[in-house]
Design a protein around this ligand. Structure first.
Ligand SMILES: CC(C)(COP(=O)(O)OP(=O)(O)OC[C@H]1O[C@@H](n2cnc3c(N)ncnc32)[C@H](O)[C@@H]1OP(=O)(O)O)[C@@H](O)C(=O)NCCC(=O)NCCS
Length: 162
């Protein structure tokens, strides 16, 4: 029975464009999810420059969001975040599959993202979707005791790069 409930919960979810009016809620989720959150200005800049900014709507709730840039054959997933009480229901997987599809439709060949090696949940999520480590950015992230490296992950989107 539990799996039936989970499927209906996920199917009741909508992925829609993020609007300026959503930013305060998005920032609140960001602040409650990350030790070093993005500022409100960063979200507004992402909207202004036309990045693919989406919110995950579950009922009347914004359950999470995702942001991706595309260009020059590459997609870059810049942020994926699900509000704590909505985690473990497949929402991050759903929004990432949506972004992968968008990137592929836009003609991108590969998708990249960075993740903290200490972020086990996110790393497992990305690997389960076919992302593989292709590099390390030394000291990329702020951390409680200085800096933390970023693993750079890539997923191919098209059969062949021309
Ligand atoms: C990482 C995050 C986005 C996952 O969101 P979510 O909606 O709970 O993830 P999903 O339910 O779609 O899970 C998909 C897969 O991710 C992995 N995963 C998710 N949560 C996990 C956890 N707590 N521990 C281990 N693996 C986990 C699993 O592989 C899972 O697949 P499974 O359910 O078949 O085992 C969420 O925990 C979050 O918002 N964290 C804070 C922000 C953040 O770290 N974002 C990523 C920055 S790189």
């Amino acid at each position: 029975m539990a799996s039936v409930k989970q499927v209906s919960e996920v199917s009741a979810v909508e992925i829609r464009p993020m609007h300026e009016l959503d930013v305060p809620v998005v920032v609140a989720i960001e602040r409650s999810s990350y030790q070093f959150p993005w500022s409100e200005g960063i979200f507004r800049d992402c909207l202004r420059v036309g990045y693919i900014c989406r919110v995950i709507e579950a009922g009347s709730d914004i359950a999470g969001y995702a942001i991706m840039s595309i260009g020059a054959g590459e997609a870059h997933v810049l942020n994926v975040c699900v509000r704590e009480e909505h985690r473990g229901r497949g929402l991050a997987r759903k929004v990432l599959l949506y972004l992968i599809d968008r990137a592929r439709s836009a003609g991108m060949y590969e998708a990249f993202l960075e993740v903290r090696p200490s972020n086990v949940a996110a790393a497992r999520l990305y690997h389960s979707l076919g992302f593989e480590q292709v590099g390390v950015r030394r000291g990329y992230y702020q951390a409680a005791n200085g800096r933390e490296d970023a693993s750079v992950l890539r997923r191919m989107l098209a059969v062949e790069k021309k």
